[in-house]
Design a protein around this ligand. Structure first.
Ligand code: TXE
Length: 475
């Protein structure tokens, strides 16, 4: 069985203690590789390498750093098929989706920040005849980037690209459930002539090596994407040492359907926003709020569209919904559907595991639940949505805001004023009107309330991965 290695100082190396965990393929439920369960000894090696690389990397011309990141973007594109296959085997998502979205976006992330860094400028203030202030943005130093399993290379690269572009050296840890594409990236970093030690990739469990990266005094900023419970621990640990910290956490996103919407479009896109990537996207709309007058018609059409979903082998091009990432996650999703039944919900479609090997769950639609019940309040992060009725705009807003989360919201209406009014009233970092998941990468990305702190995207990320120094010159 293939053994994955850490990538430290430009070389693939075995974990110092020789400990591994199984990397299970969700489609079959069987181990297909072994992942290092790295320890503090591996981290020390990576820190040494990053510290040695930092002076040259942080002072390299922006043009040169940009060229290296552009090259890395090109190489990912050239390796699209291999990378997509690995992403799909690792995560359980359909191969076509990994090919169309995950891997192209990873390449775009590097390309975006390769360009952003050459266009990035800092602020200056001139007090005429008195003084000039300007802000220098220095890289933070060594930064820790910790990413989850749902969009493995996509989210991994979304962190490390701005960190590297800004001149930092990176210690990155992908999820232990989906390490494959991050593992492959080391080779491409070398081909792109990224100097040794600039990017170090360590594998292993969150509570072990993940926690160690956050705790180590040498990492000066931590960028984390994952569950809210883990984010709480990461935030608390990082703040002990006054580290910069950015947390992109969970969501329980409302998808609000007003009676005056384009119903066809709303139904079709809502199926996507409910079930794309098996519902394992933090931006999926898991609570569909429907104006009472069109509730029955929306439900009828939505269920009709759901019938067209095909759950099965991620390698089959006809598959719309692959396997969930792990057995533990499959059981978590199933336990929430059981809970929904206990809470008085009616399962309109789905509601059970597929009777076959691998971690498959039927796309599930539930109605008849109270807005405050656990099923409607807690993040399930799977192919499960609830249908809920509302009578007025005020009620829709109140229900939309009723959870601890505030990541994203979708609003379907043809009334322009209402679209703006509701968007302003909903407590969400990202609001889509009559669309879902489209976004200019220059815009801030992240959530309000328990969905996180800080924002990624565009210049926000370049600011996060740098320390501003205010320099004041008397005229
Ligand atoms: O994620 P974790 P889990 C949500 C989703 C899911 C729940 C738990 O609801 O069911 O979170 O998923 C690393 N210090 N999301 O447990 O634990 C871990 O190794 C440092 C939403 O799989 O948050 C992995 O690399 N790192 C989400 C990363 O954190 C630690 C995406 C995420 O794992 C750590 C994924 C620690 N103490 C799950 N503990 C989103 N926002 O998109 C774990 N890790």
């Amino acid at each position: 069985m293939q053994k994955i290695q850490n990538f430290i100082n430009g070389k693939y190396v075995d974990p110092v203690k020789g400990e591994y965990i199984d990397n299970v393929e969700p489609a079959t439920g069987k181990a297909f590789a072994q992942v290092p369960n790295s320890s503090i000894e591996d981290l020390e090696l990576a820190i040494d390498a990053a510290q040695a690389a930092f002076p040259a990397w942080s002072t390299m011309s922006v043009d040169k750093r940009s060229r290296i990141l552009h090259k890395l973007a090109d190489l990912i594109e050239q390796n699209l098929d291999d990378y997509a296959l690995m992403e799909s085997r690792d995560n359980g998502k359909p191969l076509w989706l990994a090919k169309a979205v995950d891997i192209p976006r990873a390449s775009t992330n590097f390309r975006f920040y390769a360009s952003a860094i050459v266009n990035f400028s800092t602020e200056a203030q001139v007090s005429e005849g008195f003084m000039v202030n300007y802000t220098r943005r220095a890289p933070v130093g060594i930064v820790g980037c910790i990413s989850p399993w749902n969009l493995p290379l996509y989210l991994f690269s979304w962190k490390i690209a701005p960190a590297l572009a800004m001149g930092n050296c990176v210690i990155a840890k992908p999820s232990e459930l989906t390490p494959m594409t991050a593992y492959l990236l080391g080779k491409l970093a070398n081909e792109a002539e990224m100097p040794a030690g600039v990017l170090n990739i360590l594998h292993g469990e969150g509570k072990g090596i993940g926690q160690a990266i956050v705790e180590h005094e040498a990492t000066k900023a931590i960028s984390f994407t994952g569950g809210t419970a883990t984010g709480k621990i990461v935030g608390a640990t990082a703040s002990q040492q006054f580290k910069k910290v950015s947390l992109e956490l969970g969501g329980k996103n409302p998808n609000i359907i007003f009676a005056d919407c384009d119903l066809d479009e709303a139904v079709k896109t809502s199926v996507k926003s409910s079930f794309t990537n098996q519902g394992e996207i933090c931006l999926c709309g898991s609570r569909i709020l429907i104006e009472e007058s069109i509730y029955e018609e929306f439900k009828r059409q939505f269920l009709e569209e759901c019938e067209k979903l095909v759950v099965g082998d991620p390698m089959d091009p006809k598959t719309t919904t692959g396997a969930l990432v792990s057995e533990a996650h499959l059981n978590k999703v199933d336990s929430y559907v059981q809970l929904a039944r206990e809470e008085g919900g009616t399962i309109l479609t789905g509601g059970k595991k597929l009777d076959r090997e691998g971690f498959y769950y039927e796309p599930t639609v539930i109605e008849g639940l109270d807005e405050n019940c656990r099923t409607n309040q807690e993040e399930i992060f799977g192919p499960v949505v609830t249908l809920n009725k509302f009578k007025s705009e005020e009620e829709a807003i109140e229900v939309a805001n009723s959870t601890r989360y505030g990541l994203s919201c979708t609003i379907w209406t043809s009334n322009l004023q209402r679209a703006h009014r509701v968007a302003h009233a909903v407590q969400s970092g990202i609001i889509w009107v009559n669309c879902w998941l489209v976004r200019d990468l220059r815009t801030p990305f992240g959530g309000m309330k328990d969905s996180g702190i800080g924002r990624e995207g565009g210049d926000e990320a370049l600011r996060f991965f740098s320390e501003p120094q205010n320099i004041c010159i008397k005229l």
